[in-house]
Design a protein around this ligand. Structure first.
Ligand SMILES: C[S@@+](CC[C@H](N)C(=O)[O-])C[C@H]1O[C@@H](n2cnc3c(N)ncnc32)[C@H](O)[C@@H]1O
Length: 253
């Protein structure tokens, strides 16, 4: 029996104050390992070794992370995207539409659409976002949110996927206005506890059995106010959540 060829990947990390020291530490970690770094995964605040990294062995993922047109952040969060892709495929076995709350440029959603276009074609995939940041706003000030044309750019970007509906506005205003009675899959990624809590309360009764909600920020200490609020609500709803090393929180229905 033969072993798989080792694979490794290094991309970005968040919340690092001293990048030089971090790089030095990582170099020392590699030196200390049996594999010398041949099986190292260092990305998205995870440093792992001696793992198989199944997604990196799939053609679509391997091409994605080596595509020079793609920014460092979507590459950095590749493991989160892999989790989403897996759960979306599973959720598409049941009835209902798809929703992403917190879209930004649509990088993650685009990968999921490209991967699952055939299975999505008879559903509606809602992409809901404020598509702006104004002085005093609580949600994270991403550079792309300062682009006044972001909403139109995202609409144009998804033009080829007819099952996509891009909607601009606050999730708390938009959700009650769109006619969604059944949801198969929801990705909630707004970096703000208030709309996330509202969305959980609003969507929970609409998720089909076999469907799922994935909270992008649930396991991140920097957003731990979200975890505190969501845990109380999940407990009231009698739902369990699984925190992953990616920082995602998974709720299966
Ligand atoms: C981290 S980004 C989303 C990234 C995206 N999911 C991806 O993976 O590429 C967070 C987004 O949430 C949006 N957002 C924050 N608060 C919101 C709210 N109350 N309603 C709708 N969108 C909101 C922001 O405008 C921002 O684009």
């Amino acid at each position: 029996m033969s072993k798989l060829q080792p694979v490794s990947m290094e991309a970005g990390h968040f919340n690092v104050r001293d990048k030089k020291k971090f790089a030095k530490g990582l170099a020392m970690i590699k030196e200390s390992l049996n594999c010398g770094g041949a099986t190292l995964f260092s990305s998205d605040n995870m440093i792992l070794w001696n793992k198989n990294y199944s997604m990196l062995r799939e053609k679509a993922y391997a091409e994605y992370i080596s595509d020079e047109q793609i920014d460092i952040v979507p590459k950095t969060i590749i493991w989160r995207t892999y989790v989403l892709d897996f759960l979306l495929k599973r959720s598409l076995q049941v009835d209902g539409n798809i929703i992403e709350l917190g879209v930004l440029k649509g990088d993650t959603a685009m990968f999921l659409c490209n991967q699952n276009a055939e299975m999505l074609k008879d559903r509606i995939f809602y992409l809901i976002d404020l598509f702006e940041w104004n002085q005093g706003d609580i949600h994270t000030k991403h550079r792309s949110l300062l682009d006044k044309n972001l909403y139109t750019k995202v609409q144009d970007r998804f033009g080829k996927h007819k099952f996509i509906k891009v909607i601009q506005g606050d999730a708390e205003d938009i959700l009650p206005r769109i006619n969604i009675d059944k949801i198969a899959f929801a990705h909630i990624d707004m970096n703000d506890a208030v709309p996330e809590l509202f969305s959980l309360a609003f969507l929970a009764s609409k998720i089909s059995r076999g469907g799922s909600i994935i909270f992008d920020d649930y396991g991140w200490w920097g957003y731990s106010e979200q975890k505190l609020e969501l845990d109380k609500k999940l407990n009231d709803l009698n739902l369990d959540i699984l925190e992953l090393p990616t920082g995602q929180g998974i709720v299966l229905f």
